[in-house]
Write a protein that binds this ligand. Structure first.
Ligand code: DX5
Ligand code: ZN
Length: 214
């Protein structure tokens, strides 16, 4: 699959509705929603109050990426707030399975994610228990960072593992993605590309989204 999920983190919050309407018009597949708690990551983004306008004005599925400690406390509220998919970081929990069950019980798609310093092999036991895995290609916390090239081998590894077992688990890549590296990432086995600054920082964001898909 070749899906593009622009990250709303880089949108203009003073005129969020205009950016959401641009996303609706564009060829973007999902809207990626980055929630940061200032504890797991050294940055705070936004929470439930912004889920409301996003659910109301965005016609694309909301792909929620929780960069928070204790995701078990909040996953259900994000499901109720209109998330189409909810992901959290493997490295912040002892056992992700009960938390995945909370999300599944809400009928929402699940995602497990890891920062670049976490061994990609740690995702393997969960590949058949989630809808998607998200490999961070920068350290979670900020938009506008440079893509970490070592991510390429991790994409190939996890793609091979998913295909070998005949699974449908999607592979999402997040951080430093742009129109220049998108085709290489898809070729390596990515299904979903998240892009924040490359999309919202562009003079013609719709053209960038189109370029990333083709
Ligand atoms: C980073 C977030 C990303 C971020 C990507 O912690 O998870 O989704 O918005 O931004 P860019 O595309 O600018 O690297
Ligand atoms: Zn993200």
């Amino acid at each position: 699959m070749k899906l593009i999920a622009p990250s709303v983190l880089s949108a203009n919050f003073a005129d969020l509705r205009a950016d959401l309407e641009m996303i609706n018009r564009s060829e973007a597949d999902w809207l990626h929603v980055d929630v940061m708690d200032g504890v797991f990551v050294p940055n705070i983004s936004f929470g439930f109050p912004l889920m409301e306008p996003m659910r109301k004005y965005c016609t694309k599925p909301l792909d929620v990426h929780l960069m928070i400690v204790h995701p078990e406390k909040y996953v259900e509220r994000f499901c109720d707030a209109g998330a189409w998919s909810v992901g959290f970081h493997l490295e912040v929990v002892d056992d992700p399975l009960p938390i995945l069950d909370l999300i599944k019980a809400k009928g929402v798609r699940t995602c497990l994610t890891i920062n670049p310093d976490i061994a990609v092999e740690r995702l393997v036991p969960y590949l058949d228990k989630v809808d998607m895995v998200l490999l961070m290609s920068v350290f979670a916390g900020f938009g506008g960072q440079k893509f970490i090239p070592e991510t390429m081998d991790k994409i190939r590894y996890i793609r091979q593992e998913i295909d070998r077992r005949g699974l449908n688990t999607l592979v999402e890549i997040d951080g430093g993605v742009n129109a220049q590296n998108a085709s290489e990432l898809f070729a390596a086995g990515a299904d979903v590309l998240v892009a924040g600054s490359a999309v919202f920082g562009a003079a013609d964001p719709e053209a960038v989204i189109r370029a990333m898909k083709s």
